[in-house]
Write a protein of this length. Structure first.
Length: 241
């Protein structure tokens, strides 16, 4: 079973979208499970303080390393990926989702305030991971998004596992345009090639659609794809003036 632990100051935020649809069905079938670890009981003093002012001064508060470490030590982390959700982390990608899905589970530390004391991150070998170039109030929403991306890759979760190979980012491109019923909707019709029954032409159309969309919307992805799939080495041989 793929075990997931969320260390958070707001356990009531969970499971959120993780408790519906195919992810909840997969949990009931024993493919994966989740738990929350409330950070507050590990706090210090009468008021269970979990944070303190940043060293060197500045705005906001920082989660203490002793409090964070106590919460991490309270659960089994062996063989699991330890992740601290942080806007300064490495980008979360489909490739990383596959990497995590191949492990025993995830432990996700949901940050708050100005962040987590670096000593706790270093001591536990946590990987800082970002869900995008923006800042949230806390890591809970990001953690849910990450887990949804990972769990749906686990064997037995997706209803049609073949569909997982035809999604955005799986082959370096965004997914192609999709069409369904009705065949004609107002002035807009379904491309004839998709109704032809010619699987080779359909696959070619979908490939070209994916390339065009990626080039338009994500030129960074398209450039990376072009380097690995479309690079042609220069011709070699003698040149004559």
């Amino acid at each position: 079973m793929f075990e997931t632990s969320f260390i958070t100051l707001f356990p009531e935020a969970f499971p959120g979208p993780l408790g519906v649809s195919i992810l909840e069905r997969a949990r009931k079938e024993g493919i994966w499970n989740w738990e929350t670890v409330d950070l507050r009981p590990f706090g210090l003093g009468k008021h269970k303080n979990v944070d303190a002012p940043p060293a060197g001064g500045g705005a906001g508060m920082v989660i203490r390393p002793d409090v964070a470490s106590a919460a991490l030590d309270s659960i089994d982390t062996a063989g699991k990926h330890l992740v601290y959700l942080s806007p300064r982390g490495v980008p979360f990608t489909q490739s990383k989702a596959h990497q995590y899905a191949g492990g025993k589970g995830l432990v996700l530390f949901c940050g708050r305030f100005e962040g987590l004391d670096q000593r706790a991150i270093d001591a536990h070998g946590m990987e800082e991971v970002s869900m995008g170039d923006y800042v949230l109030a806390g890591g809970e929403v990001a953690a849910m998004a990450m887990v949804e991306a990972v769990v749906r890759l686990l064997p037995g979760v997706a209803g049609n596992e073949a569909s997982l190979t035809d999604e955005s980012f799986e082959n370096g491109l965004l997914e192609h345009d999709q069409y369904t019923l009705p065949r004609q909707w107002g002035e807009r019709g379904t491309p004839e090639v998709l109704l032809s029954g010619d699987h080779k032409r359909i696959e070619e159309w979908r490939f070209n659609s994916a390339k065009a969309l990626t080039k338009e919307r994500r030129p960074d992805l398209y450039a990376a794809y072009s380097k690995t799939h479309e690079f042609q080495p220069p011709e070699t041989g003698d040149e004559h003036d």
